[in-house]
Design a protein around this ligand. Structure first.
Ligand SMILES: [Ca+2]
Ligand SMILES: [Ca+2]
Length: 183
C-alpha cells in the first residue's frame, strides 16, 4: 500500500536531509546541509552569519528531538521517529511553533542578501545545495511557492509552503513541490 502523500513528503525530506544515506538524521547531517548552503552562498565557515544559522539549526534540532519524546541527548533520529513525532504534533500548537521555526530558519538560510525577499536565484542556490539540480524542477518549485506570482517569495509565502509541506495532503498544495517531485 502506498503511504499517504503527507508521509511520502516527510520521507522525501528525510532522504534529502540524510546526506550520508545511513538511514539516520543526525546533528552532523544538519551541519553538513548548513555547510553546503554556506559554501553555495560563498559565506565564510567561521563568519558570524554562519554561527547564527548554526545556532538556529541546533535549536530546531532540539525542538524536533524533544517533540518526538526522545532523549534530548539523542543525536540521531530515524524516519520512523520523525513521522511518529510529526503525527503526534499534528494539528497542535506545538506543531505550529515547530513549523514556524523551520520556516523562519529556512527563510534565513535562503535569503542570501537578507532583504526579506527570496528571489529565484536565491531559491535555486538553496535547492541546489539540497541536491536538486534540475532547473525545470527548481522553476516549477519556485512557481508553486510564489503563490501571488510576483517573482519573489515573501516570508508569508515561505511559511505557507513549509507548513503545507509538513501538514498538507493536497498534491497541488503550495509546498507540495518544495523539494521537487515526491515519489
Ligand atoms: Ca533576498
Ligand atoms: Ca510572491
Amino acid at each position: 500500500m502506498t503511504a499517504d502523500f503527507r508521509t511520502r513528503k516527510i520521507t522525501h525530506w528525510f532522504a534529502l536531509t540524510d546526506t550520508d544515506d545511513d538511514g539516520l538524521i543526525t546533528a552532523g547531517d544538519l551541519d553538513r546541509a548548513l555547510s553546503r548552503i554556506a559554501f553555495a552562498r560563498g559565506l565564510a565557515p567561521d563568519s558570524d552569519h554562519v554561527a547564527e544559522l548554526r545556532r538556529l539549526h541546533t535549536h530546531k534540532w532540539r525542538l524536533l528531538v524533544e517533540a518526538a519524546g526522545l532523549d534530548a541527548a539523542l543525536d540521531a533520529v530515524t524516519v520512523t521517529n520523525v513521522i511518529r513525532c510529526l503525527n503526534t504534533l499534528h494539528n497542535t500548537p506545538d506543531e505550529e511553533q515547530l513549523l514556524g521555526l523551520i520556516a523562519d530558519t529556512w527563510f534565513s538560510l535562503v535569503d542570501a542578501d537578507g532583504d526579506g525577499k527570496i528571489t529565484f536565484a536565491e531559491f535555486a542556490v538553496a535547492l541546489w545545495a539540497n541536491g536538486l539540480t534540475d532547473l525545470l524542477i527548481i522553476e516549477a518549485a519556485f512557481a508553486r511557492v510564489d503563490a501571488d506570482g510576483d517573482a519573489i517569495i515573501s516570508r508569508e509565502e515561505a511559511r505557507a509552503a513549509v507548513c503545507d509541506f509538513f501538514q498538507g495532503e493536497e498534491e497541488t498544495g503550495p509546498g507540495a513541490y518544495l523539494l521537487g517531485p515526491v515519489t
